[in-house]
Design a protein around this ligand. Structure first.
Ligand code: MN
Ligand code: MN
Length: 269
């Protein structure tokens, strides 16, 4: 049976504003193991690290473009070992090399992308691999059939044009507030930029954008995902911006709910 597998990607050299997301993987593991909570998902699956949730540790990533090849290779090895990747960023640039390894395994893949920002820049200040660009690269390479974005409140003219060019389905926060929800079909990959959640719930990010999703809204969205859920990432948590430790337990909760949903949607009845 496919096994949800945690893999840490401590890389933040493609951040456009503030570094620090490279420190997230150990902080999320610590929150997963913290005795302030238990290891169960809300649907009552025990998601213990090293058990229901395998853990292959962190990749060794230099702060250069070489990191992308190492991520692609690391995800490929994880897939060959029968794992379902649950990747911990790092900045959002890691999603492109993840999909380079994963996308060809899943024809017809839909990506659900939760983020304040569309991350669709053709290049950002000359860098086509910036954390502001991964979904432009993924769609150019045909690594997913459908991209559905939720939580968006940082759109601009250029990215709006890119969304139209690539046929991206954008459910921005105004549409969300009107009650619009994504209609999804598997196979599904979920990419969660923690800044998609409102900074009142998740202050530990590099780009705080008010007016976002609540923790509850994101958790409920994950619990209702169709299957199979074939991979996921949780990116852009910046522990240095999380002074009272609100964001690490949220990331741990998202990991538990994602792993639980992976199990529920890939198990044979
Ligand atoms: Mn973002
Ligand atoms: Mn992002």
């Amino acid at each position: 049976m496919p096994q949800p597998t945690l893999i840490g990607l401590p890389y933040d050299a493609s951040s456009s504003y503030r570094r620090g997301a490279a420190l997230a993987p150990p902080a999320i593991r610590e929150a997963l193991n913290c005795p302030s909570t238990n290891s169960w998902s809300e649907s009552l699956r025990e998601i213990r690290l090293g058990d229901a949730l395998r853990d292959v540790g962190d990749l060794d990533l230099p702060p250069t473009g070489e990191a992308r090849a190492r991520i692609e290779d690391g995800i490929r090895r994880l897939l060959e070992a029968g794992g379902v990747p649950l990747a911990l960023g790092g900045d959002h640039s890691v999603t492109y090399p993840i999909l380079k390894a994963l996308g060809p395994h899943h024809p017809g893949l839909t990506i659900l992308h939760i983020d304040a920002h569309p991350d669709l820049y053709q290049d950002f200040e000359g860098d086509p691999f910036s954390h502001a660009c991964p979904f432009a690269r993924i769609l150019e390479d045909g690594l997913a059939q459908r991209l559905v974005q939720v939580g968006i409140r940082g759109m601009n003219g250029h990215q709006k044009a890119q969304a139209e060019r690539f046929g991206v389905e954008v459910i921005d926060m105004r549409a969300w507030a009107e009650g619009i929800r994504p209609v999804l079909q598997g196979p599904l990959y979920v990419s969660i930029d923690v800044d998609g959640v409102d900074p009142a719930f998740a202050p530990g990010v590099s780009h705080r954008e008010p007016g976002g999703l609540s923790s509850r809204e994101v958790i409920t969205l994950l619990q209702r995902l169709p299957g199979p859920l074939v991979g996921a990432d949780v990116v852009e948590f910046n522990p240095g911006q999380d002074p009272i430790g609100l964001t690490a337990p949220l990331c741990a909760r998202l990991v538990k709910e994602l792993a639980s949903r992976m199990l529920e949607t890939t198990e044979r009845p």
